[in-house]
Design a protein around this ligand. Structure first.
Ligand code: ADP
Ligand code: MG
Length: 496
């Protein structure tokens, strides 16, 4: 076995050795062939060298040409690039323009959408309105029908209204007639008495409705040395508590007479301080007869206007001092005052203030003019309706103080003044007496005062004397004098 192995190994070694020899031989052959080929190539190379140089040169020229072409191409490319850039910019701008146009179009589109929406809404509204119109038409038809009915009713009412208005006119006429009758029943001349309030010295007590009883106190009795109880009768006595409204209630029917076409005179008589001016003018909170009468006449005038009367109201302010008459608006001496047209109460108040101022100026120049002169407020009402006409005057007179009775004790200016006052007041008393007792002759001419007023005291005229008295014990003599004046006026009986 071992021998066999040895042989195999030797065999293989022999084979490998042969192969190696073969390989080396082959290698040598290849090497020889390669060096031959290299030689060949070298030879060829040398042969080709000039050609290579030509090729190199050509190649360089080609390269240069190529380079210049490349540059040219580059330049053109750049130029094209710029052109394209310009175009790009141009197209960019166009694009922007188109974009803004697009935006505008879009906005327009949106607007259109909105408008379309609005149109739709309007369409709906139109439909609604058409419906409403239809309804209104129907209502209008109904109203037309109602109107026709109303017109018929109205015609009926109008006839009734005309009838009622006629009845109202008749009633108005009757009212005037009855008021006048009432007035005549009350007497065309009235004497009222008003006691000024004076609670501390209560010497006058009211007893009964219209009878004033003077109860003379102990000490006063002694000083006058007389003891008697006097009673006076008047149409009305207002005690100390009576307010301005209460007074006016009792004479507003007289003022109504002015509206009914009669002249009216209301006098305030009494000593200075007895309340004449308070009764006639009052103050801001307690309006007197004058402002209340003006208000009443303006109210009545309104009613007349509504009935179709054409009216005008005029006022005048007069002062009589020392038998001389003065217009308190023009502040001039005059025989007759100038009456001024007034359209409302405010205008009357304005004129009144002017008159008051003018009187006050005179007062500062000569003391107490107001208590020594007569003040006359006149209001004339004129009106016509068809053939009916009225022209009547209201005279409200605040007389001079009645206290200066004793002429013997005065002298100089005072003497003249006192004489003038006495004259006019006694003339007034006489006139009242003559009118009250319905005498044939009424002595109007005896004083400036009575003469100025005679046409307003005659005939169907209504006259009221408001005797103002004080209740103070020291005024007792004057109070008694005033009451006696009133007594003379109406010849009232005195119980002794
Ligand atoms: N009835 C009255 N109620 C309240 N005050 C009165 C009344 N009567 C008069 N007076 C007051 O007495 C004072 C004198 O009155 P007045 O009217 O000036 O008197 P005459 O005008 O008679 O001189 C005034 O201050 C007035 O306000
Ligand atoms: Mg006075």
């Amino acid at each position: 076995m071992e021998k066999e192995l040895k042989d195999i190994r030797a065999y293989h070694l022999k084979v490998i050795e042969d192969k190696l020899i073969e390989l080396i031989t082959h290698k040598n052959r290849i090497l020889a062939a390669q060096s031959e080929e290299i030689g060949e190539f070298k030879k060829s190379f040398d042969e080709f060298k000039p050609l290579t140089q030509v090729i190199q040169k050509t190649t360089r020229e080609c390269l240069q040409e190529f380079q210049s072409k490349l540059d040219e191409a580059d330049r053109q490319a750049i130029q094209q690039f710029h052109q394209q850039q310009d175009q790009l910019e141009y197209h960019g701008n166009r694009l922007n323009q188109q974009q803004s146009q697009m935006q505008m179009i879009q906005e327009l589109f949106e607007q259109q959408t909105k408008q379309r929406f609005q149109i739709a809404e309007m369409q709906k509204a139109k439909e609604r309105m058409l419906n409403e119109l239809q309804q209104t038409k129907e209502e209008l038809e109904q109203k037309k029908f109602l109107k026709q009915q109303l017109m018929n009713n109205f015609k009926l009412s109008q006839q009734q209204y005309i009838q009622l208005q006629q009845e109202l006119k008749d009633t108005e006429h009757q009212k005037r007639y009855w008021n006048n009758l009432l007035q005549e029943a009350k007497g065309n001349i009235r004497v009222y008495c008003r006691i000024r309030p004076n609670s501390q010295e209560d010497m006058l007590l009211l007893n009964g409705e219209c009878t004033l009883v003077l109860r003379v106190p102990e000490r006063f009795l002694k000083s006058t040395n007389c003891q008697k109880e006097s009673s006076f009768n008047f149409e009305h006595i207002f005690n100390q508590e009576a307010d301005q409204q209460e007074i006016y209630n009792e004479l507003s029917d007289l003022v109504q007479n002015v509206v009914d076409g009669h002249n009216v005179c209301i006098f305030a008589y009494g000593q200075t301080g007895s309340g004449k001016t308070y009764t006639m003018q009052g103050d801001d909170y307690n309006k007197g007869v004058i402002p209340r009468a003006v208000e009443q006449i303006f109210q009545e005038r309104q009613g007349m206007l509504e009935l179709g009367w054409q009216t005008s109201i005029r006022v005048g302010f007069q002062e009589i001092y020392n038998e001389q008459s003065r217009d308190l608006i023009t502040n001039q001496k005059c025989d007759e005052v100038k009456l001024l047209d007034v359209k409302d109460i405010i205008e009357v108040a304005d004129h009144f203030n002017t008159a008051k101022k003018n009187r006050q100026v005179a007062e500062t120049l000569s003391n107490e003019v107001s208590s020594r002169s007569h003040f006359i407020f006149q209001l004339n009402l004129q009106g016509h309706l068809g053939d009916k006409q009225i022209n009547s005057t209201l005279n409200l007179i605040d007389l001079a103080g009645s206290e200066r009775a004793n002429v013997a004790k005065t002298e100089g200016d005072r003497f003249t003044e006192t004489k003038a006052i006495n004259k006019s007041l006694s003339a007034l008393g006489d006139v009242f007496n003559a009118l009250y007792t319905k005498q044939q002759h009424v002595p109007f001419r005896n004083s400036k005062l009575t003469f100025s007023l005679y046409k307003y005291m005659e005939g169907s005229s209504k006259t009221l004397m408001m005797v103002n008295i004080s209740s103070r014990s020291e005024d007792f003599q004057q109070t008694l004098a005033s009451l006696r004046f009133a007594e003379k006026v109406k010849s009232c009986q005195i119980k002794k």
